[in-house]
Design a protein around this ligand. Structure first.
Ligand code: FA5
Length: 334
């Protein structure tokens, strides 16, 4: 005959064993043992019919309560074991994604430097070896540094040749790396030797040699007694390093408001003169804008067309390939 005591006894046993179960399989065995068709609690339920009528109701409620509590314990223990198992698995299968790959997969294609970056780095090396410093300036410039301080007042016709995108705050996308000149003079004073490679932007009718976005490299040296002789020496050294041999060059007069005298430097390239390097002696007014006394200091400056140099270096027939993002083009330089 069952009574409250037998029910408690079975429930206590179930509680202790569920708590000690090590995995889901053991829990399933316990479920069958206590709640299965022939389970201990199930048999007690079946035995209720033999209990005296007046005690049956109370004992039935007690048994139901015991069954629910064993069910709840089973499911709690199961979820605890499962999350524990998940944690253990996470711990065991943890990998460090920052480690370098072991062996290169067959389909792996390494990237490569853009031809513009290659030539830029080469030029930087050459100039560093000549005592120059590589500096950087903003692409969104002020009107002052891009034009005004380069002796190009707002009424000057040279402005029309270099239209660009203007920002709401009165800034502009710089049209020439020359914008770095007065910035550098202000920050470093004389004597100085700098080169400044970077992107320039112009409102252009695009064709094989004109892009709206292109690269230049500015160079400037300011010291005592700097002459056109120095300018020619540095330009010839640069060209010899880049092309690997002495280059035949020619200087033609060229007009830029920020140099005096100003030149177009052409090189003899594949049977014709190629316009490559506008340059000149820094205009006294530019030195003054930079806080340098022009009676004491002189300088030269040049504005190398970096995109054009890359074109002639690699025999690229259209400047628009350079920034077109076509991998078939870029892969040729891998
Ligand atoms: C200038 O930009 C002057 N700042 C250069 C300079 C610097 C002169 C210092 C004197 C002293 P110019 O507008 O000519 O000059 O441009 C210089 C070079 O940039 C050109 O020879 C050409 O190689 C390149 N260039 C100009 N416009 C474009 C363009 N739309 N696409 C590609 N290259 C360009």
């Amino acid at each position: 005959m069952i009574n409250a005591h037998t029910v408690s006894h079975v429930t206590d046993a179930a509680t202790a064993q569920i708590a000690a179960a090590a995995d889901a399989a053991e829990l399933e065995q316990l479920r069958v043992r206590f709640l299965g068709k022939k389970g201990e609690l199930t048999l007690l339920m079946k035995g209720l019919k033999d209990v005296e009528a007046e005690q049956r109701k109370e004992l039935g409620a007690f048994l139901n309560e015991a069954k629910r509590s064993v069910e709840a314990l089973l499911s709690e223990r199961l979820s605890a074991l499962t999350s524990h198992a998940q944690l253990a698995r996470l711990e065991a299968e943890w990998i460090d994604v920052t480690l370098p790959v072991r062996g290169v997969p067959v389909a792996f294609e390494p990237g490569s430097l853009h031809p513009l970056s290659r030539v830029q780095r080469e030029l930087e090396k050459i100039f560093i070896s000549l005592g120059f410093e590589v500096v950087d300036g903003p692409e969104v410039e002020s009107e002052y540094y891009n034009f005004e301080a380069l002796n190009i007042p707002s009424t000057h016709p040279a402005r029309d040749m270099q239209d660009t995108i203007w920002t709401a705050g009165g800034g502009l996308l710089r049209t020439q790396t020359s914008a770095i000149q007065v910035r550098a003079l202000e920050q470093r004073t004389a004597p100085l030797r700098i080169v400044a490679p970077g992107r320039c932007f112009r409102y252009e009718r695009m064709d094989a040699t004109h892009e709206h976005t292109f690269y230049q490299m500015e160079g400037m040296m300011v010291d005592r007694h700097v002459t056109v002789g120095h300018l020619i020496y540095f330009m010839k050294t640069l060209l010899r390093e880049i092309f690997g041999a002495e280059q035949k060059i020619r200087l033609r007069p060229g007009y830029f408001p920020f140099v005096e005298p100003g030149f177009e430097l052409d090189i003899w390239f594949r049977g014709r003169w190629l316009e490559l390097l506008p340059c000149g002696l820094v205009h006294p007014k530019v030195l003054e804008y930079g806080g340098i006394d022009p009676s004491e200091w002189q300088g030269f400056a040049f504005g190398l067309g970096l995109s054009r140099l890359v074109m002639s270096r690699y025999q690229i027939d259209d400047i628009r390939h350079l920034q077109g993002g076509d991998l078939r083009f870029l892969k040729q330089f891998a």
